[in-house]
Design a protein around this ligand. Structure first.
Ligand SMILES: NC(=O)c1ccc[n+]([C@@H]2O[C@H](COP(=O)([O-])OP(=O)(O)OC[C@H]3O[C@@H](n4cnc5c(N)ncnc54)[C@H](O)[C@@H]3O)[C@@H](O)[C@H]2O)c1
Length: 129
């Protein structure tokens, strides 16, 4: 149990690598805040972790929103007392438009989710670490 009682947030957990990370860390003893835009998917991951004897809570988050990111981290601290690990896994790769075709709305969304959201979550987490 390498992560016994560590408190962890993983974003983008409803599928893919985020789901695998949350499940693996829970088996190592971490208490996991399972955060995703897709709350039904996050809740299904929590159910699987709990059925396996682990501890997890689902939180709905859009990592493009400052308020929602801060709420996610506040919930981890309120629920489990602190935060030790943050996995900024949520991300989007959709589109792949060539630069000659991409519009500003698509560009802004990709930057907000893949880069600005990561910075904002780290900025809020670092003082807790
Ligand atoms: N799969 C790959 O080959 C690959 C390659 C390079 C990078 N990545 C990156 O690694 C990460 C995981 O990849 P994956 O293939 O497991 O992804 P995935 O598409 O299976 O899962 C991404 C998850 O992020 C969630 N999400 C999307 N936008 C969100 C938002 N605004 N707020 C909160 N949650 C949001 C989705 O609901 C989904 O559950 C992603 O950031 C992806 O961009 C993946």
């Amino acid at each position: 149990m390498k992560l016994q009682d560590k408190v962890e947030i993983v974003t983008g957990v409803a599928s893919g690598m985020g789901k695998a990370i949350a499940e693996l860390y829970a088996t190592e003893g971490a208490k996991v805040i399972v955060a995703d835009l897709n709350i039904e998917g996050a809740e299904a991951v929590v159910e699987g972790i709990e059925n396996n004897g682990g501890a997890a809570k689902a939180v709905q988050v859009n990592v493009a929103s400052l308020t929602e990111i801060e709420n996610m981290i506040d919930k981890a601290v309120k629920e489990y007392g602190t935060l030790d690990i943050l996995v900024n896994n949520a991300g989007i790769m959709d589109g792949f438009e060539p630069v000659g075709e991409i519009n500003d709305d698509r560009w802004d969304l990709i930057c907000d989710v893949n880069t600005k959201g990561v910075m904002r979550a780290m900025r809020k987490a670092i003082p807790i670490f």
